[in-house]
Design a protein around this ligand. Structure first.
Ligand code: SF4
Length: 316
């Protein structure tokens, strides 16, 4: 199926997925990739399917959803590989516009050094770029890029794209234990992200079985540290840690609300207190959640934070 959904997505609401690249063709072979190791590494763009076929399948899926009265917030290019390898993505975006639905692309940004790729993505409404490391050595270890790719050129391409893009820009940083989860790299990434000025910077961990079985998600302390460092330089930071939390929907049940908010971002002690008093509850709720191992207390730069505890493991 080259068009599927709409499926719920925390970042994009109800998203209709477009899988316009056969599995698994990518410029990277990330150690954490949930699709397994890359089968075909390439950097040269090409046609995979005729654009009219892709667009036809999306239109069909949109029609079906509309018949069922299902809302679609985004048409999202999220294939089994790197979407900008498709030389027709710009044309596909143009052909999809008459549907009147916003268009999103989730890219690893490795081809942003190419002017044609940047131009193609200008037509989208929402673009996410992957920034797992800005130290070249770490980039090589985490993303395992194709040998022809040059790291500096990619970072420059991202800067150029971010400068010119008028849609909503997101970045995604996947934190792997013992690789890119250190404080120094978080500082360097945050500085680079500040240059890009994304509307939202996501801090993520692998939540599905990774390509390499030794991969472990960063621990809560490292995730919180990265969050605080990013937040200090950027604002608009959110977690993607495997829970579909919603920081803005209050259920009235204070424990559920605490878990929901802290799955999106850590809460300071003051924030927790404010929520508890608004709900007419007390600190006992927090203690219960900590005891049940659903919430975790962390310290960073002398302040106390609360974060939803991560799933105990990823993988089969
Ligand atoms: S860029 Fe995405 S699809 Fe490619 S290897 Fe990395 S995680 Fe997998």
């Amino acid at each position: 199926m080259r068009a599927y959904g709409p499926v719920p997505s925390r970042r994009l609401g109800r998203s209709l997925g477009i899988n316009h690249i056969p599995p698994k063709i990518c410029t990277y072979s990330c150690v954490y990739c949930q699709l397994g190791r890359t089968i075909e590494m390439r950097t040269k763009r090409r046609e995979f399917y005729p654009p009219e076929e892709i667009v036809g399948e999306v239109e069909e899926q949109v029609d079906k959803a509309r018949e069922r009265d299902e809302r679609i917030d985004y048409l999202t290019f999220v294939p089994d590989g790197e979407p900008t390898l498709d030389i027709n993505i710009g044309r596909e975006i143009e052909l999809l516009k008459p549907l009147g639905i916003k268009i999103a692309v989730i890219s690893n940004a490795s081809l942003m050094w190419r002017e044609d790729v940047r131009e193609d993505l200008m037509g989208a409404d929402w673009v996410s770029m992957k920034v797992d490391a800005v130290t070249e050595k770490l980039w090589r270890r985490v993303n395992r890029p194709h040998g022809a790719l040059e790291h500096e050129a990619i970072l420059d391409g991202m800067r150029e794209f971010a400068d010119a893009f008028e849609g909503e820009l997101a970045t995604e940083t996947m934190l792997i234990q013992g690789l890119n989860d250190g404080g120094e790299e978080a500082e360097r990434i945050a500085e680079f992200l500040a240059e890009l000025g994304p509307d939202k910077a996501y801090v993520a961990i692998p939540t599905r079985p990774p390509a390499e079985s030794w991969v472990r998600p960063a621990a809560e302390g490292a995730i919180n540290r990265a969050y605080q460092i990013f937040e200090g330089k950027l604002g608009h930071v959110e977690y993607l840690i495997g829970y579909e939390g919603n920081a803005f929907a209050f259920t009235g049940n204070v424990e559920d609300d605490l878990l929901s908010i802290t799955s999106v971002h850590p809460m300071r002690e003051e924030g927790v207190n404010a929520l508890l008093s608004k709900a007419g509850s007390d600190w006992g709720a927090v203690e219960r959640l900590i005891e049940e191992r659903r919430l975790i207390q962390l310290e960073f730069r002398g302040k106390r934070f609360y974060m939803r505890r991560l799933p105990s493991r990823v993988g089969p």
